[in-house]
Design a binder for this molecule. Structure first.
Ligand SMILES: *Cc1c(COP(=O)(O)O)cnc(C)c1O
Length: 359
């Protein structure tokens, strides 16, 4: 529904719809890359106890700098990082918005490589940052030579690399990140929302932080950590970059409840991450199954697989919905994305897909 014309919204926002994947309750949800395994009763009890303790102080504003939580996050990341190298917000989406608020803006540009995460252009729009997209290769990799040329030509203030990339699952070699850092005049952000799912031997850009002060690596508790509902994302970078982000954050942006819940969840990192290995195996099985049935399958280091090609992908998506399975109609035309679920959920997907699209 377009806004009525009397609503005096910014002209450049007129005609837009609020963004988001369809939320269809009651279906098997394989559409937003959540961890299908809920926290256990014991973890829930600890989170509840921490939130209760926080509730007794809710008459006061929370710790504006979320120091304890940032310390825990730094410990979790390792790589010699400390609280001053980590910043947290309500999901890594808020972190990304803060990055564009601090480093993008009017007269400034951001570059990314499509197909990639569909939220980035919205944050660029909202912050009046000029949005430039390079293209990924046929196999969804980023050609370092082309990336370097585009960055030299556009001189962007922000480069956004997503690894593993959404919706393709593609991880970037560190050499590509290094080549980009070499020529980028501004900050380089590597969005590692799916890092915990990467295959053995795939490195993390955290390794480059020591030697590259303009590098930012974003992470989230929404995916591997099974805490999408807790809304906690974070970024690791040089302490001076973190200080720049602190300039644009809202005061008390992270509620005491969020800080308490996330800190309690982090104390159970091992348990919350325990299903990651099973999910990686299920991902590889899913990719192999799709390949055997003759689909094109993008190589994935994440907890989802992009597959195709379909002449009418919407019809396939709808056919699956009609059979109770919700996947995502996203990515390049002709492709669909499915998240990795529990074995029961995967079987439901396999059965439904064979019915909808017998091959
Ligand atoms: C899911 C996802 C995120 C995480 O978003 P949150 O706000 O932390 O839930 C970030 N980046 C990409 C590319 C994603 O797919």
């Amino acid at each position: 529904m377009p806004l009525p014309s009397w609503v005096p919204i910014r002209e450049d926002l007129r005609g837009f719809e609020p963004y988001g994947a369809p939320q269809l309750p009651g279906l098997i949800g394989l559409n937003v890359n959540e961890n299908p395994y809920a926290p256990s009763e014991a973890v829930a009890d600890d989170i509840a106890a921490a939130v209760r303790a926080a509730a007794l102080g809710l008459n006061r504003y929370p710790d504006r700098e979320a120091v304890e939580l940032r310390e825990r996050l730094a410990q979790y990341l390792g790589h010699g990082l400390s609280a001053q190298n980590v910043w947290a917000a309500n999901g890594s989406n808020e972190v990304m918005l803060q990055i564009l608020q601090a480093f993008g803006g009017p007269g400034r540009a951001a570059v990314s490589f499509a197909p990639t995460y569909s939220m980035y252009p919205e944050y660029a729009r909202d912050t009046h940052t000029r949005w430039v997209t390079g293209r990924r290769a046929e196999d969804f990799s980023v050609d370092p030579q082309e990336a370097v040329e585009l960055i030299k030509a556009e001189q962007p203030d922000v480069v956004l690399l997503t690894s593993p990339n959404n919706p393709t699952g593609t991880a970037l070699p560190l050499s590509t990140v290094e080549e980009v850092l070499e020529v980028a005049p501004g900050v380089v952000v590597v969005d590692e929302a799916y890092a915990e799912f990467r295959r053995a031997g795939t490195p993390t850009a955290l390794e480059l932080l020591d030697t590259h002060p303009r590098l930012l690596v974003t992470r989230t508790m929404s995916k591997a950590f099974a805490l999408a509902g807790g809304r906690l994302g974070y970024v690791a970078a040089d302490a001076a970059i973190i200080d720049a982000l602190r300039i644009v954050r809202l005061p008390y942006h992270l509620s005491a409840v969020t800080q308490a819940a996330a800190t309690a969840a982090l104390a159970h990192a091992d348990e919350l991450l325990a299903q990651v290995d099973a999910l990686r195996e299920a991902r590889d099985e899913l990719a192999a199954w799709l390949g055997e049935r003759g689909y094109a399958v993008a190589e994935s280091d994440a907890n989802f697989v992009l597959f195709g090609r379909f002449e009418d992908r919407h019809a396939v998506w709808q056919g699956l919905v009609d059979r109770g399975v919700l996947i995502r109609e996203t990515g390049p035309e002709g492709w669909l994305r499915v998240s990795v679920g529990t074995p029961e959920e995967m079987n439901a997907f396999y059965t439904a897909l064979m019915e909808v699209d017998p091959r």
